[in-house]
Design a binder for this molecule. Structure first.
Ligand code: S3P
Length: 413
């Protein structure tokens, strides 16, 4: 099987293509709702973006090509769209208003608006610009040296994107390394970022040139099938062309520690974003501890890892993952609440969860809470559970994985 294009890489390709000079061509774009929100926002800023299937062509006119929009920019459910775009909007000498859905309204924006205001952007909004709706009047930014309290690629990227158009240098230092797709892609568009350990520095006044981008499959989407293959008896699944950027492969390391039977083959590491085929076979898993600096490398895979842990012998402890509380839902609460309904022995902790395996799961009435990754985790759980499972709000899955249920049906045959 193949999984849809990587969400993080797709957003960045559209954004950098929109602020670069010349034509950008993207193949394999994820056409989930979140990336369509990014395209919609940049179209409202006056960028010509042609989308056909998963092929995109962007007619970039540089940052100067963006125009003050006469409508609000609606990011829907997408945290990556709003946080990265705030970095770009902060450089633009005009006014924009940004909104999102109910989930976005609860997510903290101060982590990007506070440093962007320090660089000189005028940002206001609910609770002094910490929550949507937000209004931005950008331009005239100055570089700065910022130490982020959280390991977040969205925070790092927002500041680096703002730094791209300032006078002087801008640096961001993180407590642990987060995904580095922005840094890699800036190079593909002719820009540059310096890395010194956990410190990233970007020089101001850079000009980007349009590029050709091939988006690999999303390892965060592949994770649902890597775990389905590991816990459903007699499975063997090969997923082709999955992105294996080392800042994203914590899931492979943990599954291997748990005793999963995983092989990585056909590795292509000569490209901007390395990719490979991954084969998984059913095996007996054992509980492990998941904590420390691996957390940012698998943060989005924790809901499905929690399901894997229900099928592992012994205890799995997930620590240092308080960031889960500010995702599309509070993923500590939603994972624990929904897996309990299916019969799992799981409890929430301050910064993670504890899961006692191995449990036999049974069907139940469950809900995605509007969170795509919770919906997909429950769908994989239902393949294993006895009896029927009804998932409310399962349509949220189209945020990152159009065609998910069809692929499950194909695999069952
Ligand atoms: C993302 C970064 C992560 C991740 C999100 C996508 C990105 O969020 O959870 O799904 O594309 O930069 P944080 O930066 O808040 O950790």
């Amino acid at each position: 099987m193949k999984v849809p294009g990587d969400k993080s890489i797709s957003h960045r390709a559209v954004m950098l293509g929109s602020i670069a000079h010349g034509k950008t061509v993207i193949d394999g774009l994820l056409t989930g709702d979140d990336c369509l929100s990014t395209i919609d926002c940049f179209r409202k800023l006056g960028v010509k973006i042609h989308l056909e299937g998963d092929h995109v062509e962007i007619d970039g006119k540089g940052l100067e090509g963006l125009k003050e929009p006469n409508q609000v920019l609606d990011v829907g459910n997408s945290g990556t769209t709003i946080r990265l775009m705030l970095g770009i909007l902060s450089s633009l000498p005009f006014h924009t208003t940004v909104i999102g859905d109910e989930s976005i309204a609860k997510r903290p924006m101060g982590r990007v608006t506070i440093p962007l205001k320090n660089m000189g952007a005028k940002i206001d909004g609910r609770e002094e610009g910490k929550f949507t709706p937000l209004s931005v009047r950008g331009g005239g930014l100055e570089g700065m040296d910022y130490t982020s309290p959280v390991a977040s690629a969205q925070v790092k990227s927002a500041i680096l994107l703002a730094g791209l158009f300032t006078d002087g240098n801008t640096s961001v230092t993180e407590p642990e390394a987060s995904r580095d797709h922005t840094e890699r892609m800036l190079q593909e568009f002719g820009g540059s970022v310096q890395t010194d350990g956990l410190k990233k520095t970007i020089q101001g006044k850079q000009t980007l040139k349009g590029a050709s981008i091939n988006v690999p499959g999303d390892i965060s989407s592949a994770a649902f099938f890597l775990i389905a293959g590991s816990i459903i008896p007699e499975s063997e699944i090969t997923i082709k062309n999955v992105g294996i950027n080392p800042t994203r492969t914590g899931i492979l390391d943990i599954l291997t520690n748990m005793g999963a039977d995983i092989t990585i083959h056909n590795v292509h590491d000569e490209v901007m974003e390395p990719y490979a085929d991954i084969t998984v076979r059913y095996s007996n898993l054992k509980g492990v501890e998941i904590s420390g600096d691996i957390i940012p490398r698998l943060i989005d895979e924790i809901p499905i890892l929690a399901l894997a842990a229900t099928q592992a012998e012994g205890v799995t402890v997930i620590k240092d993952a308080a960031e889960l509380k500010v995702k599309e839902t509070n993923r500590i609460d939603t994972v624990v609440e929904e897996l309990k309904k299916l019969g799992a022995n799981i409890e929430a902790t301050e910064d993670g969860m504890k899961i006692y395996g191995k449990s036999s799961l049974h069907g139940a009435e469950v809900s995605s809470h509007g969170d795509h990754r919770i919906g997909m985790m429950l769908a994989i759980a239902s393949c294993l559970a006895s009896g029927e499972t009804h998932i409310q709000n399962s349509e949220a899955i189209t945020i990152s994985y159009p065609g998910f249920f069809e692929q499950i049906e194909e695999l069952k045959q």
